[in-house]
Design a protein around this ligand. Structure first.
Ligand code: SAJ
Length: 441
């Protein structure tokens, strides 16, 4: 099938779309294309997850506005069907791959087990004339040097002659999956310019924002760069926060006034950087740079600064308690917030994990509260009751509403360390609380 016929099948919604990987990215995009009128076949290796989806239930725990209702509608109408049988892909004109692309914990090299397994499965069931689009975030160069050969070997077909290949990196965010998917611009990286144009025609059926057509390497670079940019910006804010602490200044006042200067936009300093994107994508970019003989210098340093913030929160806690004659060993510390992001239940790469481990290594008994995370929910004041310090790691709304007088009353030792600017120092001091705010000397 030629690209022009494929584009026609897309524009008339005759094309069948396969989505490999029904995680938060794949499920949202599968539902969106089904809503746009396509028949969609979701291929999910976890059969029980496929079964939940086919029952019309969303397997995603967090609050995702509109997704449960949409999923129910498109499964009921039969437009979306999930299966763990990759043979279903043989009927597809378009196949999207949305699987995880983590990095090794120590070497930080990308681990492509899921991606290569998906590419192999797609290749084995690849239909002549089909378009394969990788939505997963990958190290620049991965489409050309890993995905393409994998598909060609498994299918016996040749890219551009027998099938088409592209990269359209996702820009979703937990809690705003459908919103981001339909309102944020996307980059359509085609193996050829003609492929990029057909990709734009495909995504135009669900995206109400710019669709920029480029080549694959540019698309891979845009996605990893936009997240590396954010990581470096956050690291800068964190480094200035540490300097402010040392010099007895308030980072928030400094940041406010710096950002009054034209074209300055300092990010927010905080207790650490978690999530599935920001801590990982700079390493994908650095890995690609390394393969070309360029050693990225800023990216690893920014990662180190951000990864050091939980340990800094431990130091602030130890210092604040020792000023009140309470050694950390044997003390009880209440940690408020375990998700990586405010008002979210997502704990991937959460800074709270190293913070808790650091406090426990020093002999503290740690209690954790988080209103969104199973296992840590419950009454905040039960967590605070009798503790020798409280450490705020996440700016959940419910923490911002806490009455500081009640916090003082609940704590055995009124020590509060604030890693997310939930409280102002003066308010804490008026409540008789010994307060340490990150970046607030
Ligand atoms: N954080 C800071 N300071 C900041 C911003 C974030 O410490 O100024 C911390 C957060 O507390 C969190 C981590 O960084 O622990 C990540 O926060 P995030 O707001 O970047 O949220 P993510 O990880 O969900 O990032 C996603 C990304 N979106 C995609 O990859 C499609 C990112 O590119 C977006 O910029 C971000 O959402 C967003 O802006 O919503």
């Amino acid at each position: 099938m030629s690209l022009s016929i494929l584009q026609q099948r897309i524009e008339t919604r005759q094309a069948t779309i396969g989505v490999v990987g029904l995680g938060y990215v794949g499920l949202a995009v599968a539902c969106s294309f089904a809503r746009a009128g396509f028949m969609v076949r979701g291929v999910e290796r976890r059969a029980e997850r496929a079964a939940i989806i086919n029952s019309g239930e969303s397997p995603i725990q967090g609050h995702e506005p509109g997704l449960p209702e949409l999923l129910h509608e498109v499964t009921r109408s039969g437009r979306l069907r999930a299966t763990s049988d990759t043979e279903a892909l043989r009927a597809c004109d378009v196949v999207l791959i949305a699987v995880e692309t983590p990095v090794e914990p120590i070497s930080k090299a990308p681990t492509y087990e899921a991606l290569s397994a998906a590419a192999d499965a797609v290749g084995r069931a690849l239909r002549r004339g089909a378009l394969v689009v990788v939505e997963s975030t990958v190290a620049p160069g991965t489409l050309e040097h890993m995905v393409r050969p994998c598909l060609e070997e498994a299918s016996g077909l040749a890219v551009d002659r027998d099938f088409y290949l592209g990269h359209c990196p996702e820009r979703v965010m937990p809690g705003r999956l459908l919103h981001n998917l339909t309102t944020m611009s996307r980059v359509c990286g085609g193996h050829t310019p003609a492929t990029a144009e057909v990709m734009a025609a495909l995504y135009r059926t669900i995206v109400g924002a710019d669709l920029d057509t480029v080549d694959c390497i540019t698309a891979e670079l845009v996605k990893t760069t936009e997240n590396a940019y954010r990581d470096v910006q956050i690291a800068f804010a964190n480094e200035i926060a540490l300097i402010c602490e040392g010099l007895g200044a308030d980072i928030w006042r400094v940041r406010e006034l710096v950002n009054k200067s034209p074209s300055r936009s300092m990010h927010l300093p905080g207790a650490g950087v978690g999530g599935h994107c920001i801590p990982k994508d700079p390493w994908l970019l650095a890995h690609a740079a390394e393969l070309t003989g360029i050693a990225a210098q800023l990216l690893p340093v920014a990662r180190a600064v951000n990864d050091s913030m939980p340990a800094h929160m431990v130091d602030l806690t130890v210092m604040a308690m020792s000023e009140h004659g309470r050694p950390i060993h044997g003390a009880t510390v209440a940690v408020l917030g375990y998700a990586y992001l405010e008002n979210s239940d997502d704990v991937r790469n959460t800074p709270s994990e190293p913070l808790v481990a650091g406090l426990q290594r020093l002999g503290a008994r740690v209690r954790v509260h988080d209103p969104f995370v199973a296992g840590y929910q419950g009454d905040i004041f039960e967590t605070l009751g009798g503790a020798d310090a409280a450490v705020i790691m996440v700016g959940h709304d419910c923490y911002k509403q806490l009455d500081l007088g009640a916090v003082h009353k609940a704590l055995r030792l009124p020590v509060l360390i604030d890693g997310r600017r939930v409280f102002e120092p003066e308010a804490a001091r008026q409540a008789g609380i010994a307060f340490r705010g990150l970046g607030r000397g």
